[in-house]
Write a protein that binds this ligand. Structure first.
Ligand SMILES: *[C@@H]1O[C@H](CO)[C@@H](O)[C@H](O)[C@H]1NC(C)=O
Ligand SMILES: *[C@@H]1O[C@H](CO)[C@@H](O)[C@H](O)[C@H]1NC(C)=O
Ligand SMILES: *[C@@H]1O[C@H](CO)[C@@H](O)[C@H](O)[C@H]1NC(C)=O
Ligand SMILES: *[C@@H]1O[C@H](CO)[C@@H](O)[C@H](O)[C@H]1NC(C)=O
Ligand SMILES: *[C@@H]1O[C@H](CO)[C@@H](O)[C@H](O)[C@H]1NC(C)=O
Ligand SMILES: *[C@@H]1O[C@H](CO)[C@@H](O)[C@H](O)[C@H]1NC(C)=O
Ligand SMILES: *[C@@H]1O[C@H](CO)[C@@H](O)[C@H](O)[C@H]1NC(C)=O
Ligand SMILES: *[C@@H]1O[C@H](CO)[C@@H](O)[C@H](O)[C@H]1NC(C)=O
Ligand SMILES: *[C@@H]1O[C@H](CO)[C@@H](O)[C@H](O)[C@H]1NC(C)=O
Ligand SMILES: *[C@@H]1O[C@H](CO)[C@@H](O)[C@H](O)[C@H]1NC(C)=O
Ligand SMILES: *[C@@H]1O[C@H](CO)[C@@H](O)[C@H](O)[C@H]1NC(C)=O
Ligand SMILES: *[C@@H]1O[C@H](CO)[C@@H](O)[C@H](O)[C@H]1NC(C)=O
Length: 685
């Protein structure tokens, strides 16, 4: 309670104090004391047709009129900017401001966007000597700029832009030594830029753009050391860019665009370390950009060089300017490739227009920093990366899979002129070989595969040998184990003996024939005691060497040879020793006749001693070993994969790999075990 009441009292005192203060101030500062100025204000009010809403009667102008500021009872500032006229005032608007002459302390007159058709009165320069600010922007002022303006030496700010001023820029403006801002833009001024302007050493902004000025840029502009804005654009200035502009240390905006400037860009401009905007567009500038034109700690945001005749490469630093917002170098003769620069994370997203130049090569990651790119009308080739697709104009290039590209002839001749090879719009969707590159790599792959394959085969051979050796040792000890798997099959299928097509089993030999061929089964002709029977070498009547297998049904189950017959009745393969015939006439002995393999079996070939007398029986060379390994692999592959049903040769031994006269592998001695398994598979299927 107490607190609230004391706060309330304090607020009351505060309010009273503020009220007192403001009235005191008004009494000191305001109240128009000059009768002359009072009358002059009302004359101005009526000559311009101002509304009583802005400048009401019966109140003090200093305190109550919009846009009037007074000091010591005198009017110092008149601001009718943006005012609207009365209906009567609108009828015949005039630059009728005669009464301004009666304000002896007027510092600022601002009538921007208030229509004042007519010329600037000549007496301005004699009577408004105290004026510091004159703003007549967009007032529809016409006529010439009076010479007397040069008398207003206290002027700091002169805006005459966006009017219909004609004639020359009076050289007397060079006497306005206090000027900070001179804006004569958007008029119809003619003649040349007066060299007297060079005296305006305190000028920070000089804008005479959008006129009809001719002649050259006075080199002395370079002495306006406080200039931050220099806009001479859209005139008809000729000459080159004076190197002295490089002295404008404070310059932020430099716009010389849309003139008839020629020559090259002076390298002195690299001294413009504060420059943010450089616009030289639409001129006749030529040559290449000096490499050091853009200083590395650069503030540049906007670079416009479009529509000139620049040539040569872009300085690479241009791509990595940290503040860059717009780079427009379109319609020139710039050339070169996009750099592979990495994108600076801090770099601002920018707009790029390099259209209608002679850039070539592939699109690179440098495009990542631009949110919009116009690359049209160049000679870029290759694929368009993802990051370049959005907001990109790509037409009239040599790019792959993009519409509206140049013709093949255009592209080829452009690249040929520069001694470069053109990618011919890339491979037509991967079928054509991408030139020699991949053909070369194909060959490389083949060689590699051959080497690896060869090595692999050698390894396979080694493994085979290892297996053979192990198995030989094991089979003597462990022979039963191998048969075990086959036993149930044998028992559960006592005689499922399938019909055997004997016509596919080769010739039917008589017992007598075979006895003759083998010398009555002479032990001298015995090759070996095989698993399923004894093998004899023989010679048939016609002199054909054969191998005869005698199967003793008293020591070997009957099914065994039937299995083998069945196998041969179904299978014939170049990797299997051919069955030439059979002889089944005897009750307890059956005979199978095979083609003779002159080089014996693998194990004997491998361990054959090198003998100098007999060349043909030398130990196997590595090429032959490789060939044998391949053959063995092929024959096993045949049994496992091509044979239906598949066979698993669980009993591969070096002795069952036979070699013909060309050392081609023939699988022989398909042992009982193998055939049992084969039968088992047959039954399962
Ligand atoms: C205003 O009047 C005061 C006192 O008369 C004087 O000190 C001051 O300089 C005057 N200001 C101007 C701008 O004339
Ligand atoms: C001038 O007057 C207009 C309209 O009253 C006002 O918006 C503007 O701020 C004034 N400018 C100055 C410099 O007093
Ligand atoms: C004149 O008034 C306008 C506002 O109506 C203002 O924007 C402009 O800055 C003023 N001119 C000067 C020189 O202060
Ligand atoms: C304003 O000045 C002009 C010329 O100096 C003069 O003829 C005129 O009488 C003056 N107006 C007033 C109200 O004093
Ligand atoms: C120009 O301004 C200076 C100081 O600001 C002042 O002393 C001088 O009287 C002014 N000139 C005119 C003609 O008012
Ligand atoms: C103003 O300038 C004009 C022409 O430049 C000149 O004739 C006149 O004497 C000057 N008046 C003053 C008061 O300086
Ligand atoms: C130019 O500006 C400097 C500092 O801003 C000032 O001291 C000097 O008087 C100015 N020159 C003119 C001619 O106004
Ligand atoms: C410049 O002058 C030409 C004729 O010399 C005229 O056609 C053109 O309108 C003028 N431009 C301006 C902005 O006054
Ligand atoms: C580019 O150079 C060619 C000749 O080299 C010329 O014909 C063409 O006009 C130039 N283009 C531009 C925009 O300067
Ligand atoms: C950019 O890199 C690619 C591939 O590494 C290369 O072909 C191209 O010549 C490089 N471009 C430049 C301008 O260094
Ligand atoms: C990016 O900006 C950060 C902080 O603004 C600064 O520390 C870093 O050095 C900048 N990196 C580059 C590459 O400019
Ligand atoms: C090639 O690929 C593009 C798209 O990648 C496809 O539009 C065009 O039809 C393809 N051309 C041929 C001949 O397959």
């Amino acid at each position: 309670m107490v607190d609230q009441r004391s706060i309330g009292v304090a607020l009351l005192y505060l309010l009273l104090f503020m009220l007192l203060e403001s009235t005191l101030e008004q009494q000191v500062q305001q109240r128009l004391s000059s009768r002359i100025e009072f009358t002059a204000l009302f004359e101005l009010r009526s000559s311009l047709g101002l509304r009583s809403r802005d400048w009401p009667r019966k109140v003090d102008p200093c305190t109550s009129w919009n846009g009037i500021r007074c000091e010591n009872g005198s009017v110092t500032s008149i601001n009718i900017s943006g005012f609207r006229r009365t209906r009567v005032g609108k009828r015949n608007p005039q630059f009728a401001v005669d009464s301004l002459a009666n304000f002896t302390r007027l510092v600022s007159f601002n009538a921007s966007e208030f229509l004042l058709p007519g010329p600037i009165p000549d007496w301005f320069g004699q009577r408004l000597l105290t004026l510091q600010v004159l703003d007549l922007r967009s007032c529809n002022v016409s006529g010439v700029i009076p010479l007397s303006i040069g008398n207003l030496t206290n002027l700091t700010t002169l805006y005459l832009s966006d009017n219909r001023l004609t004639g020359q820029i009076p050289s007397t403006l060079g006497r306005l030594l206090s000027l900070l801002v001179l804006d004569l833009s958007k008029n119809s001024l003619t003649g040349s830029i007066p060299s007297s302007l060079v005296s305006l050493r305190n000028l920070t902004s000089l804008d005479i753009s959008l006129n009809n000025l001719t002649g050259s840029i006075p080199p002395g502009v370079g002495s306006l050391l406080k200039l931050q804005i220099l806009n001479l654009s859209s005139n008809r200035l000729t000459s080159s860019i004076p190197a002295q502009l490089g002295d404008l240390d404070s310059l932020v905006d430099l716009d010389l665009s849309s003139n008839g400037l020629s020559g090259s860009v002076p390298r002195d401009l690299r001294e413009l370390r504060n420059l943010q905007t450089m616009d030289f567009g639409n001129n006749g500038l030529q040559g290449s950009l000096p490499v050091a034109l853009f200083p590395s700690p650069s503030q540049l945001r906007i670079i416009v060089l479009r529509n000139n005749s620049f040539s040569g490469d872009l300085p690479e630093v241009l791509w990595s300017l940290p503040e860059l917002n717009l780079l427009d170098i379109s319609h020139n003769n710039f050339t070169g490739m996009l750099p592979n620069s990495t994108v600076n994370d801090n770099a601002t997203a920018a707009v790029l227009n390099i259209s209608q130049n002679k850039f070539y090569g592939g699109l690179t990651t440098v495009l990542r920093r631009f949110i919009s790119t116009d690359l049209s009308g160049n000679y870029f080739e290759g694929r368009v990366p993802d990051y370049a697709h959005d907001n990109a104009f790509l037409s009239t290039n040599c790019l792959q899979s993009v519409s509206s590209q140049r013709t093949l002839t255009d592209c080829v001749s452009f690249y040929a002129e520069r001694g470069l090879s053109f990618d011919n719009f890339g491979p037509p969707n991967s079928t054509e070989p991408p030139a020699t590159e991949s053909r070369r790599s194909n060959r490389r792959i083949i060689i590699l595969a051959a080497v690896l394959g060869g090595a692999g085969l050698v390894v396979l051979l080694m493994l085979l040998l290892l297996v053979v050796l192990c198995f030989c040792k094991r089979s003597t000890r462990n022979h039963r184990g191998i048969d075990v798997g086959a036993v149930p099959a044998r028992e559960t299928s006592p005689s499922p003996v399938v019909e055997i097509n004997f016509s596919s089993l080769g010739e039917l030999f008589t017992y007598q024939q075979l006895l003759e061929a083998t010398g009555d089964l002479n032990d001298a002709n015995l090759i070996k005691h095989g698993h399923s029977g004894d093998l004899f070498k023989g010679i048939l009547e016609g002199g054909v060497p054969v191998v005869v297998k005698r199967i003793d049904l008293q020591s070997i189950k009957k099914d065994a040879y039937l299995s083998e017959l069945e196998f041969f009745s179904k299978v014939s393969h170049p990797r299997v020793v051919p069955l030439l015939g059979h002889c089944l006439e005897r009750e307890h002995e059956k005979f199978l006749v095979y083609k003779y393999m002159p080089n014996g079996d693998l194990s004997s070939s491998l361990y054959r001693k090198k003998s100098s007398e007999d060349d043909s029986l030398q130990s196997l060379d590595w090429i032959t070993r490789l060939k044998i390994a391949t053959g063995a692999a092929e024959s096993l592959s045949f049994l496992h994969h091509e044979c239906t049903p598949p066979l698993v040769h669980r009993d591969v031994q070096a002795s069952s790999i036979l070699l013909d006269d060309k050392f081609e592998v023939r699988l022989g001695s398909l042992s009982e075990v193998v055939l049992q398994f084969f039968l088992c598979c047959m039954q399962v299927i």
